[in-house]
Write a protein that binds this ligand. Sequence first.
Ligand SMILES: *Cc1c(COP(=O)(O)O)cnc(C)c1O
Length: 367
Amino acid sequence: MTALQSPPAVTPAFGKFFLPGPTDVHPEVLAAMQRPMIGHRSRAMEELLERIAAPLGALFRTRGVVLVGTTSATGFMEMAVRNGVRERALSIVNGSFSDRFAKLVTACGKHSVRLEVPLGTAVEPDMLRDALRRNRVDAVTVVHSETSTGVLQDVAGFAEVVQEFDDVLLLVDAVTSLAGSPVEPDAWGLDFTLTGSQKALALPPGLALAVASDRMRERADSLPARGLYFDLVSFEAAMRRFQPTNTPAISLLFALETQLARIEREGGIEARWARHDAMRRRVETWASDRGVAYLPPPGRRSWTVSCLRLPEGKVAKDVTAALKRAGWTIGSGYGPLKDSTIRIGHMGDHTLAALDELLALVEGELR
Ligand SMILES: *Cc1c(COP(=O)(O)O)cnc(C)c1O
């Protein structure tokens, strides 16, 4: 048995942790969590939730109420299913997280029809239209940026297709896209858009955030057995009054407020997208100059996680271990791609300068 450890009394290092979740948390955000507790039914809590409401709306590009829950992102995937699927959903599956979304549908006692494509590829809007013509469903589940393969799907295109059909909701996992690349719940017409704190938002894990459309709220209202913890109707009603539903992870809410202020200081969400755009382009240029292949095709690559194929004879765990010895962290592949790919999570608060340093080290390991 190893002994329990006290935290080291050093300033936390920042900038070398490129795992595609959890991501590196800036020291200023970590420090915000050292504030003393406030009561969850206190005026201070109400004021905190009121202060963050408008910046959260800006982050989600919505006029709706942004829900903040104490749960990992999977909890809000379950909220999407419990409140958004009446009987049958079409689940777009192209990796591990979209597979989880499909499994949640059946785990909640509803039917899931899978529209599945090979790992590393995306479903195109025309394929969704064909599938919706062939299958009567009342919702579609999709993962925008499939973190396991680095594929970014055309969610705006899916939304247009879904609107051609009557009474079909679009439920979107935007866990590694929101705050790192454009996600427009209102403008695109998404019915439920969810994320977690520990990916592109660069907070510690433990919070999930989401916004629902009017259609989604009406659907939820009509469904029995929504459960309690993830009941959208009462959750949203509480958030409108700046009340938490239960005792929230108060320290993480302090961190969230600090991070929202940092995003404003950077120049808002569009500046944040631009930085992520620059980082993913930097990896693309680096890879094409060196003949390193991507798993996803051009045009369907995530802005926050680059999934690269390793050259013949290289194994992901050797590459990640060598980087680790140099003080840097990246992800190996996921599931069946564990050995043959690596994943660089250039999301959150990372910079081009640090990414350049990392890429130079990766290059050394691929030779
Ligand atoms: C990380 C991740 C999740 C799951 O998040 P948890 O916080 O571990 O529940 C879901 N979807 C995507 C796309 C992710 O990257």
